[in-house]
Design a protein around this ligand. Structure first.
Ligand code: ZN
Length: 252
């Protein structure tokens, strides 16, 4: 009964959506309680992440965003981690499509989501604009998935261009799944398996079909990569998951 009414609520709210992140909803049951959509008690402005200026991708102007203060802390922790792992020097400008948006039925309405279009560094940039560069050079693809892995290490829900067409121009992150805890791996999460398979194929150069299914060919391809990275903890272990993602983010 309860799940039926939730489905009805989701269906009703989806019909009213208009923005690029209209289809940001997780596949995991219970992860999107409608109460989570409510406007948070407090929102804070933020104008930098990891020392980088923030800009609005549409029109490319420098701007300030709003989000839940605890979510800004998560973003800042990611930004500092990515700065250290990227191999591209510090970020200088981060181009986004937005954080808090007051009309969406997604975690954006709670100030707990962020859309990344491109990160510019002192020594290069990583673009999430698959709509611009897709299918992409091996470097563009590799760097895209290194960035996605670094985000996945901090945000339980990281949506890439493989998720759907609405995400061809940005990577969406929110903490609906991980809440305020460490990101963990779920073999049943198609979006997480996409990140793992894409890392195997496009970052580490091993042969695997990228299909979102946690299967034997994926596990067989992953094992020697984990061994070469010195990772002994399994993906099911939160630290093993994080070690694999951070090693992917820093792979060159
Ligand atoms: Zn989004």
């Amino acid at each position: 009964m309860r799940s039926v009414s939730r489905r009805a609520i989701l269906a009703g709210s989806l019909a009213a959506l208009t923005t690029s992140c209209a289809t940001d909803f997780p596949s995991l049951p219970g992860a999107r309680d409608p109460e989570a959509y409510s406007t948070p008690d407090s929102l804070v402005n933020f104008s930098t992440l990891g020392g980088a200026s923030l800009g609005y991708e549409i029109g490319r102007s420098i701007t300030t965003y709003k989000a839940d203060p605890r979510f800004v802390e998560l973003l800042e922790a990611w930004a500092q981690d990515w700065n250290a792992l990227s191999g591209l020097g510090p970020m200088t400008t981060l181009w986004s499509y937005g954080a808090y948006v007051n009309k969406e039925s997604s975690l954006h309405a709670s100030g707990r989501a962020f859309d990344i279009a491109e990160v510019e560094h002192e020594q290069g940039s990583v673009s999430c604009r698959y709509d611009v560069w897709g299918p992409g050079s091996s470097t563009e693809i590799r760097d895209y998935w290194r960035l996605a892995a670094s985000l996945q290490a901090h945000f339980g829900y990281t949506l890439t261009h493989l998720y759907n067409q609405a995400h061809h121009n940005h990577i969406h992150v929110d903490n609906a799944r991980s809440q305020w805890e460490q990101s963990t791996f779920s073999a049943g999460s198609r979006v997480q398996v996409y990140v793992v398979q894409s890392a195997i194929r496009h970052v580490f150069g091993a042969d695997v079909e990228v299909n979102g299914n946690w299967n034997n060919q994926t596990r067989d391809a992953l094992r020697p990569i984990q061994a070469s990275l010195g990772i002994t903890r399994p993906m099911a272990d939160a630290d093993g998951w994080r070690e694999f993602l951070r090693a992917t983010a820093s792979a060159t």
